[in-house]
Design a protein around this ligand. Structure first.
Ligand SMILES: [Zn+2]
Length: 229
């Protein structure tokens, strides 16, 4: 009896140590699990320009820089890839039905036309300022064929900040995600996107990404991919 009591008393600290160890292991396991969950929340940004989720910005040019999409199609005189075109048509007819019609002001631009545009701006304003209002050739999202600049049928406020105050722009801002589009350069995110607020510039990313961004309130594609820029 006596020896048993002594033995169990001696075992108590050992059991305590085992308990602490188990708790520590459980804690570590939880940390690993949380880490893998947050890694899952930020997928890797695709580099292939054919991928509808491709990330193109001032630090990430198209690869190759002279990339030309193979499935460009037309909406009026605007060129855009097939899949975004299909969803753009649905979005435009829904906007029209809601009495907030939108038009396409600019869409696909080739490497060459971007080069012409950029050197024109550089001549007018100098290269430094030009890079704040236009992308360098090979760095423009318009070259992916997944992007469009929207306007209103009257043509007022085309590519101007005042477009953001139109009913059409507000409709686009709250509904575009249903069609796989995002406002690529939202207000207050210049440090993340590298661009000033452009309420007219929409980018097709596909419904899977646009819904995820909408529901999780992720405002930029950079943040969706877990990048600061
Ligand atoms: Zn644009």
């Amino acid at each position: 009896m006596t020896s048993l009591t002594v033995a169990s008393r001696e075992q108590r600290p050992a059991l305590l140590r085992l308990g602490t160890l188990l708790a520590a292991m459980l804690f570590a396991f939880t940390l690993v699990l949380a880490g893998s969950v947050s890694a899952e929340a930020a997928p890797k940004a695709p580099k292939d320009p054919k991928n509808i989720g491709v990330l193109v910005n001032k630090n990430r040019p198209l690869k190759p820089k002279t990339y030309v999409p193979r499935d460009l199609t037309k909406i009026g005189s605007a060129k855009i890839r097939k899949e975004p075109a299909r969803h753009m048509r649905s979005m435009m007819s829904a906007a029209k039905k809601a009495k907030k019609p939108v038009t396409i002001v600019s869409s696909y631009r080739s490497y060459k036309s971007q080069k012409t545009l950029f050197s024109q701006y550089s001549r007018w304003y100098g290269a430094k300022y030009a890079s704040t209002v236009a992308a360098r050739p090979g760095y423009s999202e318009h070259q992916t064929g997944l992007t469009a600049d929207l306007g209103t049928p009257g043509g007022g406020c085309a590519l101007g900040k005042c477009f953001g105050n139109t009913k059409a722009s507000k409709w686009v801002a709250s509904n575009s995600w249903k069609y796989g589009y995002i406002i690529r350069y939202p207000k207050g995110y210049t440090k993340v996107t590298g661009y000033a607020y452009e309420p007219w510039h929409v980018r097709y990313v596909g419904k899977k990404i646009s819904s995820k961004m909408h529901h999780k309130k992720i405002r930029t594609l950079e943040q969706y991919y877990g990048l600061k820029r």
